[in-house]
Design a protein around this ligand. Structure first.
Ligand SMILES: C[S@@+](CC[C@H](N)C(=O)[O-])C[C@H]1O[C@@H](n2cnc3c(N)ncnc32)[C@H](O)[C@@H]1O
Length: 363
């Protein structure tokens, strides 16, 4: 067991809490969405860990399982869908503890299956993908959580997973370690694999820290074969970025669900968690979101144009704002005479997909 490993399971800091809060909230929406379409779905925990911290908090595999077992729609979900939990944990001690935690849940309901493997996730998944491909088969819709201590997560493997229809990823990108490794010549092969390109070499020359963070995440996100990439910054004690949670999906519903999850976990709209925050602080620090930027962007993009609400929703997907935020701004603009609605029957409602004319700002 490495010292990192031991300390990881003794500690439970604000970042571990925020990571689990995000996972918990997202899966609460993911299970019902996926099960309404498919007969089988997979939750894959590539770095499952022990299942529980020493202080009692659940680790990701147990949390994911319990999120389903305690879901208010559990019976409906499981009446039509098999949910398979695939856990990879390479370390013997961690694996044994994980299996005990799973056993402690008792007999699982029909259609819930747990597959714990004491294996290297990468070797196993590469083998599985090769086998599926050789038989011309697809993987069942899957949510894969990639949560290593370091950065042994090759881009080509992640993109092979994303290439399956309805496979999405939540990746814990260890920014702090990567930011050190890009300067170490011995690590260049690992960095090539991590980024899936040689372009990361340019990051070394960016001296401004904030710009380097932004460009590193931009490069990494751009290499993922996903239409929608959503990120949450996780800051250490010194307020420097420790890691970044990166959600990648090719589906609009996944993007919308993750946006809603981010606002729920960080209601201040900063999409940032702090190592020193206690769980309560995440909730207490919840002022009204500042929607001025949304209003400005909307005016800049559409002033002088008439568009349908559906087009505005599409535009909104590329931002982190939610439909309720757009509605709030449009209601205000309607009152001010800056947004005019037409082409709807009966009383006004956004869901009737009316035309919206966004007025030019004249002064
Ligand atoms: C950060 S911890 C996982 C924490 C867990 N996801 C959670 O949120 O509770 C990383 C775990 O990955 C395991 N691990 C490291 N390399 C692995 C590999 N190649 N395959 C499978 N497990 C691995 C480690 O033993 C460790 O338990």
């Amino acid at each position: 067991m490495t010292p990192t490993d031991d300390q990881y399971w003794t500690d439970y800091d604000g970042l571990q809490h925020a990571k689990h809060a995000l996972l918990n909230r997202y899966l609460g929406g993911w299970y019902p969405i996926l099960s309404s379409w498919y007969g089988r779905v997979l939750y894959i925990d590539c770095h499952a860990g022990r299942g529980r911290h020493q202080s009692g908090q659940e680790g990701s595999p147990i949390l994911a399982l319990k999120r389903l077992l305690e879901h208010r729609e559990k019976d409906r979900i499981l009446s039509s869908t098999e949910v398979h939990f695939v856990f990879f944990e390479i370390d013997q001690i961690n694996y044994d503890e994980l299996c005990s935690e799973v056993d402690a849940l008792g007999t699982l309901p029909k259609n819930v299956y747990v597959h714990p493997y004491q294996e290297d996730y990468e070797a196993y998944l590469r083998g599985l993908i090769a086998e599926l491909k050789s038989h011309g088969q697809q993987m069942a819709p899957a949510f894969a959580f990639v949560d290593p201590y370091g950065f042994k997560i090759p881009m080509d493997l992640l993109n092979q997973l994303l290439a399956f229809p309805r496979c999405e990823l939540l990746i814990n990108f260890m920014f702090r370690y990567v930011d050190m490794a890009i300067r170490i010549p011995d690590q260049s092969t690992n960095m090539d694999e991590l980024f899936g390109t040689h372009e990361w070499r340019k990051l070394v020359d960016i001296h401004d820290y904030k710009t380097r963070v932004k460009q590193t995440i931009r490069l990494y996100a751009g290499q993922l074969s996903a239409q929608y990439v959503t990120t949450m910054n996780m800051l250490g004690k010194n307020n420097a970025v420790k890691y970044v949670l990166i959600h990648a999906t090719n589906h609009q519903k996944g993007r919308e669900l993750m946006k809603g999850t981010l606002w729920a976990v960080t209601p201040d709209g900063t999409f940032t968690a702090h190592e020193l925050h206690t769980p309560e602080q995440l909730v207490l620090l919840a002022p009204e979101p500042d929607l001025r930027l949304l209003k400005n962007n909307l005016s800049r993009e559409f002033a002088g144009q008439t568009i349908r609400m559906e087009q505005l929703y599409e535009w909104l997907l590329d931002t982190l704002y939610l439909r309720k935020h757009l509605h709030q701004i449009l209601r205000e603009m309607r009152k001010e005479g800056m947004a005019l609605f037409s082409d709807y029957d009966g009383s006004f409602a956004f869901k009737k997909n009316p035309c919206v004319e966004i007025k030019m700002i004249t002064s």
